[in-house]
Structures are given as C-alpha cells and as structure tokens.
Design a protein around this ligand. Structure first.
Ligand code: UT7
Length: 306
C-alpha cells in the first residue's frame, strides 16, 4: 500500500493584469515581458486563505470524498494572511475540520516540500489516511508595483491535491536543499516588499534545479529519459527551457501555465499539475517530476509514479 494523488483543484482570483496594463504603469513592454519570461498576464488581489480554501474544496470534490475524510492539512505559502495563527487554520475552519494543520514556508519550492512531508506523515505509525496539500500565494501584496524587475513576474493563485493511501502511485525519489548564503538575492524587506537580483536568481535557479532533478532521479534509479511529465515551478519559461536542455528532456513533457498566471510561487506546481491533468498526461504508472526553487534559496524535487 502506498500513496497517490486522488484529487486536484485550483483557484485564481478574478482580477487580471495584462502586460499591456503594466505598460501604462512602468517603462516596459508586452514584447519584452513575453520574450524574457513567457508571461502574458497575471491575477492579482487574491487572499491566500480564500484561494487555498477554494482550491482545497475543488480537490476534495475531484477526489470524490467529503471534507470530513481529510485528516491533515499542509499549506505551503510564503504570503500567509497573517503570521499568527497559521493560515492553514483558516482552511481547516472553512472545511469544518479540526484535524492537524500547519503552514510550510519554502517559498516557490513549497509544494514539493509539502508533498514529501505529507508522504512522511502518512507513512509514520498512526499517521493520517488522507492529507490535503495546498500551495497558495498572494504575491501581488508583496510586489513593488513600481519595480519593473519584479512586478512583471508575480501573480496570485492556489492549487491543492488530496493524497490518499492506495496501491497505485508512489514517491520514488526526493531532493531538497537550501543555500542560505544566497538569502539576499531574493527577499522581502522591512516594508514587506520583494527585492530581487533577477539575473543572479535565474543563473542559480537553472543550476540548482538541474542538479536537484538529477539527484532525485538517481535516488529513484531513473534517468531523465524515463520521465513522462515535468511539473516545473512556473517562474520564467527560459529557466524551464534551460533546465530541460541541460537534462535533455523535450519541452513537450513539461506542462506550463505561466503565460496566464505569472509566477504564483507555491501555487505554480499544482497549477501546472492541473494543466497536465486536463491534457490527460497524468495516467497511472507515468513518471512525474515536480521541481521548484525560490527564496532561501530553497529548492526541491520529487519523482513520483502516478
Ligand atoms: O521563483 C523565483 C523567482 N524569481 C525568478 O525566477 C526570477 C529569475 N529571473 C528572471 O526571470 C529574469 O532575470 C528577469 C525576467 C527578471 C529579467 O530578465 P533578464 O533577461 O535577466 O534581464 P536583465 O535583468 O538582464 O535586464 C536586461 C535589460 C536591462 O537593460 P540593459 O542594462 O540591457 O540596458 C534591464 O534594465 O532589460 C532591462 N529591463 C527591462 N526592460 C523592459 C529589466 N526589466 C525590464 C522590464 N521591461 N520589465
């Protein structure tokens, strides 16, 4: 008996900011943003707990279960509604649950961390039978809307997955790490606003993700050619292309949403997962890699048999 994903849900706030909208506010252009990042528009004005609860409700429905069947909630976020109490408690409250819950902050890598943590909890003696893993971030509230280096990239959203015990599905390999000496290349200042050295993050991200996927595959006894589906953190399509080229993975195996969402931090992997699911790519037995990186610098990859 192992663990599979039984249901997936997503949520995006209704307000759209297009690249053309940004052209009115700062010295940038739709052409530059698309060419340098692959992003065309993003959603804003989301509230982390509300988006998380909405995605969670849909994932539970997709799993064909009731909220009462969930016995642990993990919320990956770096933009909690407030610091105390944990934002995950707003999701358990909304679902009418009193099971355990906690927030995980591994920035944009948060969903991969949450996925592996859920596995560990479920396999421990007396562990939960079903864990709801949610990735939700309201990046628009920490973006400096006068800084063209960051405002063009980020957006709000949430994605959720229900993990349950089942004979189908497995976690085959995992790799996690942080480079704390690179904390200063991406952080929130005292005004709670993102400060980023974009070019440096880009370079480090490509290296870290490439190595992390390799490490997780090694652990699984697999090679890049065994991968059927890649669900990468959606920060910049050029980062995804660079990683795929280094690992010799065709871009067709990746599933991407960033053109319409921008970088939604912890939500981006489950949003990509929902897109892959809609495309029919997530069939039982497929080898799926989820990989993310972000502030910390934290990175994480999991290799999963669907
Ligand atoms: O989850 C992790 C979060 N962060 C990331 O993943 C960010 C990683 N970094 C990136 O995605 C890219 O570095 C950016 C998209 C942020 C920037 O792209 P780039 O290709 O690294 O551009 P750059 O910073 O090297 O800037 C190139 C030029 C510069 O002008 P000069 O010096 O060549 O004259 C910039 O001033 O583009 C200029 N520029 C812009 N022009 C129009 C920078 N931002 C903009 C902009 N619109 N928004």
């Amino acid at each position: 008996m192992t663990i599979r994903i039984a249901g997936i849900g997503t949520s995006l706030p209704p307000t759209i900011v297009t690249n053309h909208d940004l052209e009115q506010r700062m010295d940038t252009s739709d052409a530059w943003i698309r060419e340098r990042s692959g992003i065309g528009e993003r959603r804003v004005s989301g509230v982390t707990s509300e988006m998380g609860l909405d995605a969670a409700t849909k994932a539970i429905e997709d799993a064909g279960i009731g909220a009462g069947d969930i016995d642990f909630v993990l919320l990956a976020t770096c933009t909690p509604d407030q610091v105390i109490p944990a934002t995950s408690t707003q999701i358990t409250r909304g679902l009418g649950l009193t099971c355990g819950s906690m927030d995980i902050n591994a920035a944009c890598a948060g969903f991969a961390y949450g996925y592996a943590a859920a596995f560990g909890l479920m396999l421990a003696p007396g562990g939960p039978n079903r864990v709801l893993v949610v990735g939700a971030d309201a990046m628009s509230k920490v973006v400096d809307w006068t800084d063209r280096g960051t405002a063009i990239l980020f957006g709000d959203g949430a994605g959720a997955a229900v993990l349950e015990r089942h004979e189908q599905g497995d976690l085959l390999g995992q790799d996690f790490g942080v480079a704390g000496d690179l904390r200063e290349i991406l952080y929130c200042n005292h005004a709670d606003t993102i400060v980023m050295e974009g070019r440096e993050v880009f370079k480090r991200a490509v290296r870290a993700v490439t190595q992390s996927v390799k490490n997780a595959l090694d652990q699984a006894g697999l090679t890049p050619s065994d991968i059927d589906v890649v669900l990468p953190h959606q920060a910049n399509v050029r980062i995804i292309e660079a990683v795929c080229s280094r690992l010799d993975i065709p871009m067709e195996k990746t599933h991407n949403v960033l053109e319409h969402t921008g970088n939604t931090s912890a939500a981006s992997i489950p949003l990509a997962m929902a897109a892959a699911n809609e495309a029919g790519a997530l069939q039982p037995g497929k080898i799926v890699v989820m990989t993310g990186f972000g502030a910390g610098m934290a990175w994480g990859s999991v290799v999963v048999r669907w």
